[in-house]
Design a protein around this ligand. Sequence first.
Ligand SMILES: Cc1ncc(C[n+]2csc(CCOP(=O)(O)OP(=O)(O)O)c2C)c(N)n1
Length: 341
Amino acid sequence: MDGTHAGTDAGTHAEASGGARDGTGRRLADLHAMWRIRALEEKIRELRVADGGNGDVVGSVHLCIGQEAGPVGACSELEPGDALFATYRGHGWALARGVPAESMIAELAGRESGVNGGRGGSAYFTAPEHGFHGENSIVGAGLPIAVGAALAGRFDGSGRVAMTVCGDGALNQGASHEALNMAAAFRLPVVFVCENNYWSELTPIDEMVGEPELWRRAAGYGMAGERVDGNDPAAVRAAVRAAVQRARSGEGPTLLELMTQRLVGHYIGDVEQYRRPGELDRAREEEPIARLGRSLAAEGVPAADIEDARTRAQAEIERAAEAALAAPPADPRTAKDHVYA
Ligand SMILES: Cc1ncc(C[n+]2csc(CCOP(=O)(O)OP(=O)(O)O)c2C)c(N)n1
């Protein structure tokens, strides 16, 4: 499989309910929401590489540049009481869920005003007050935790839906299998979102599994499943809406495979020697922001409106970064606060 896979393997919702059906206002809002994530990620990268790597953001950082359509399409279908679980590539999911950019940047920059007082950093911050129950660096760990949250929701009668995001590699973890099986057996309200960006660190998915169409596993568990054009926020939204409705009406979990691509390395500093010739050029053609911008222009949306989606987002993130970096650094003596184990 080459880098052109996203956009060509759209599932039923992508075809039936794709971008063309959404009004221009919604599509411009999606473009703006994706630009907010892109601008945030670019700012974080800038802060990470500044000063030869000794800038305000330190440590391992995994960006989601190129994968912005998933969080934008999916989070708009969640209610405030629902629970979202992400991975270390989760900044975009947090922002789309409503976590303020300023407190995220402050967190990554180790400021005491950070969403977790600077203790969580890039890969572990959590904001339950926004229904964002954290990132997680343990590959596949979000799935069983989400199943637990859904089961708890059944006991406490909250009606909560749990959504968990993972990579394609993560679906091969034993814990992922146990979570998928238990959710299906108990018909729990979980939406499993797999962001298939083809790579697990340096290893391509088609060298790791016999059946690279991961959504097909759903049938084996006895749950609904679908492959979705993960670079189209409207297609993601339609698929997630159906999955959330299924979950809320007691029909059980869904596995959604979002086909997408990361335009950057696995982490900041990855030299990406594993990339195949031409892969990134093709990926840049299909990436969600450029694609939606082109499609709006082709429909006759004024260039100024398309540009405004970008400039507003960038200005917001610049302001957020400035405010975040003006806050005092976290006091290292508080590092163990909130550690219970
Ligand atoms: C349990 C566990 N095993 C191995 C690792 C090392 N590791 C970090 S990221 C990664 C690849 C995960 O790939 P994928 O799930 O496809 O997510 P992506 O990074 O592509 O978003 C691995 C193996 C880990 N963090 N946790």
